[in-house]
Design a protein around this ligand. Structure first.
Ligand code: UD1
Length: 327
């Protein structure tokens, strides 16, 4: 029998990659998206797939469960037999969270509670939440282990911690066995390009347009980037493995790079770019260094990232060359 899964944020950068992987593995996928930041073109590969159905809805809306039941019954699927829900729908930008904390709370916190209510009511077997390494703030030691204390430096980080706490409470109250994945910096094809998007998308697009590459602050801050296809594989593994029930797991890249070195690498690898690397004001709420321990992901998910940063960056640059959108 085909297993049924739900992906919230299915038209997003990571949600669409996860949906593609799920379909390739034979799942039936109900994708939910409100298209605020998700894009229809991200679904172009999967829209025609008979095992994919799209529900255009906001995760915060009342009666979401009813809409899910209806969408599944139209596809002749039973809503009391949903195997996994992957909850990715969120506002994912630290910068936007500082500009609009109320909207951030609405989407990331209220949206998560609404999804948890659906998990409880529809008795969905597995719940996987995409949280963030931002919850750690600036911890004392690298790599960061999951036991490190939470210390939110932005409303974004606060909203992810709040989501995690609600999951713990539902795990206690209703034994839903929810899994929390703390994503570090994810990059790759289809990451949106705007002032709110990830640094690799921003730098690559700046280099391709011969615009200045804007390093915020000294550029000495470091990140460990993980390629989107790796993140999709790990996220799927978290849904499939019962041993991940109730666990909190880091998903980090394994190489650290400073933002200045990243700017140089991208500048050098975008052929013919005349961009100069400039320094602009540091970002309030920015984390200094961020690399996670992948021990637990290795043990529980049997997962290790496969795509090295250099290879992933080249693939990403190639993709943006043929997919330049306006900002
Ligand atoms: C990112 C993700 C967030 C995720 C977190 C996990 C995005 C937009 N944010 O946050 O969803 O939960 O990782 O660790 O993908 N920078 C510049 N110039 C720019 C843009 C950024 O120098 O034009 C710098 C920033 O100041 C920061 C670094 O690049 O130091 C990374 O920024 P960004 O890609 O926005 O990611 P995070 O804030 O780390």
């Amino acid at each position: 029998m085909t297993a049924t899964v739900i992906v919230t944020g299915a038209a997003g950068f990571i949600g669409s990659a996860l949906s593609e992987l799920l379909l390739a593995r034979g799942y039936y996928v109900l994708g939910i998206d409100n298209f605020r930041t998700g894009k229809r073109e991200n679904l172009s590969e999967i829209r025609g797939n008979k095992r994919f159905r799209l529900l255009e809805a906001d995760v915060t809306q009342n009666k979401l469960s009813e809409d899910v039941i209806k969408a599944l019954s139209q596809a002749h699927l039973k809503s009391n037999e949903i195997d996994i829900i992957f909850h990715l729908a969120a506002i994912s930008s630290v910068k936007e969270s500082i500009e609009n904390p109320v909207l951030m709370n609405e989407t990331n916190v209220r949206g998560t509670i609404n999804i948890l209510e659906m998990v409880r009511r529809l008795e969905i077997k597995r719940f996987v939440f995409s949280s963030s390494a931002a919850v750690y703030g600036n911890p004392e030691k690298m790599p960061i282990y999951e036991e490190a204390p939470c210390n939110p430096l932005s409303p974004y980080a606060a909203s992810k911690i709040a989501g995690e706490l609600y999951i713990h409470s539902y795990n206690q109250l209703y034994n839903i066995g929810g899994t929390i994945l703390r994503y570090f910096n994810v990059y790759g094809p289809r990451q949106a390009y705007s002032e709110y998007s990830g640094v690799i998308s921003i730098f690559t697009n700046q280099a391709l347009r011969n615009e200045p590459i804007t390093v915020e602050g000294t550029g000495e801050q470091t990140r460990s980037f993980i390629y989107v296809e790796d993140i999709a594989r790990a996220t799927l593994a978290a849904g499939e493995r019962d041993t991940a029930s109730g666990m909190t797991i880091n998903l980090s890249g394994t190489e650290s790079i400073s933002i200045s070195n990243l700017a140089q690498f991208i500048r050098q690898n975008v052929e013919g770019s005349e961009s100069e690397v400039i320094h602009v004001n540091p970002r309030p709420g920015d984390v200094k260094d961020s690399i996670g321990s992948m021990e637990r992901a290795g043990e529980i998910l049997q997962f290790n990232p496969e795509v090295r940063l250099e290879e992933g960056l080249r693939k990403t640059i190639d993709w943006y060359k043929t997919h330049q959108s306006s900002k």
